[in-house]
Design a protein. Sequence first.
Length: 134
Amino acid sequence: ALIKLTVKLMEDSIYNGCSCAFATNGGSSCGIASDIIKTEEQKESVLRILAKLENECNYDFSNFCNTVNYGSFNDVFILTPYIDDNMISFARQLKASDITAVFYTTGEIPQEVYNYQFIHTRKFSYTINAEELE
């Protein structure tokens, strides 16, 4: 579900003329980050990264979030299988920096985080407009 959502968010960004970037805590001991993604070709390189990812992550997600430079972004989408106290703290940190953060999760959403944007992936539509594929 999270990979499908990643692809959909990248496609929407490119279709709307926005740039985006991709980072993951999987794949190596320090995670992987892409350059800015503006084109279908750049998106394809991220898809190759996604295809090679294993189910195990080598780098703690909470620590990884704090190593990525969010300074040039206004919006950050974080896709995660769980929400913990460190992520709630990270959401507060981003909000204090005037960065809009949306967390998509397949796990449970604690009730005390409803001041932030935590969305369960079940509520997200993966429908792709058929016209975009032509």
